[in-house]
Write a protein that binds this ligand. Structure first.
Ligand code: HPA
Length: 274
């Protein structure tokens, strides 16, 4: 585990040598939500391949890069191309970037994703503020020897998604006239979509949306005491909610349709960050 910390710190040292100032906020851009990267000013782009010890994305068409720069005068870093468990990455790899961000001195994290809607009052194209998560059936990224330098053995997840940031997001959405839904995000490993019976089970457990990312990063970030804001883009209704099969193209298309709204909301939130 000390080995892992050493690797993380090598990555951090490299990034420090390439940037002028430490960002205030790190943003993980979910599948199909990459447009936000286009509004980053004074962008310094660093491909993952150039960063020592940084993993590389395996998904074709998902370029992997860190983009340092400004969104409405706040220094941010956006991660375009995240590491999913379903790609065959081990869970340490999935959370590696978040650990780098915190060791770099970044205290705030915005996690975003595409998700299937379980709550029947949602529709494709809605944005959902994540208020809590379910990850009962998935591997925990903190399993194994604890890295005490990062955080405690048994971190609290009571307020994993920062309450003040949730308030800020809802106020920002209201100012823009965006109907921001709220709900519980349930993490499934993928890559197959869930079965209708699984979705019924998740609904009974209190889930409003389902996806294949975000929770490992959130757990690792909370372990290190980061403040987290999570936003899901509801790209489709989850399996069995509607009487029709799911397809990945629909998920990507809806992502494209809401990218503008999503980018406006995240920019407004960043502008008013407190
Ligand atoms: N399930 C899991 N992940 C997803 C979905 C879904 O329905 N939609 C987008 N990502």
């Amino acid at each position: 585990m000390k080995e892992m910390l050493k690797k993380i710190d090598q990555t951090v040292d490299f990034l420090k040598s390439r940037i002028d100032c430490t960002p205030e906020i790190a943003i993980i851009l979910g599948s199909g939500l990459g447009k936000l990267a286009e509004v980053i000013k004074d962008a310094k782009v660093i491909p993952y391949g150039e960063i020592p010890n940084f993993p590389e994305t395996t998904v074709i068409g998902h370029e992997g890069k860190l983009i340092f720069g400004k969104v409405r005068n706040r220094n941010v870093v956006a991660m375009k191309g995240r590491f999913h468990y379903y790609e065959g990455n081990d869970i340490d790899t999935v959370v590696y970037p978040v650990r780098v961000f915190k060791r770099l001195g970044i205290g705030n994290l915005i996690v975003t994703n595409a998700a299937g809607g379980i709550n029947t009052s949602f529709k494709p194209g809605d944005l959902m503020l994540i208020t809590d998560h379910i990850s009962l059936f998935c591997e925990n990224p903190l399993r194994g020897e604890n890295i005490d330098e990062l955080g405690p053995r048994f971190p609290d997840m009571t307020m994993a998604y920062d309450r003040d940031l949730q308030k800020l997001a809802l106020e920002s959405a209201a100012r823009l006239g965006i109907d921001l839904k709220t709900g519980v995000y349930s993490y499934c490993k993928g890559p197959s979509y869930e079965s209708p019976a699984e979705i019924r089970a998740l609904r009974n457990l209190g889930a409003d949306a389902v996806g294949m990312s975000t929770v490992p990063e959130t757990i690792a970030a909370r372990h290190m005491g980061m403040r987290i804001l999570g936003i899901s883009c509801i790209t489709n209704m989850a399996a069995g909610i509607l009487d029709k099969p799911l397809n990945h193209e629909e998920v990507m298309e809806t992502g494209k349709l809401v990218e503008k709204k999503f980018t406006e909301l995240v920019s407004e939130i960043i502008d008013n960050w407190r």
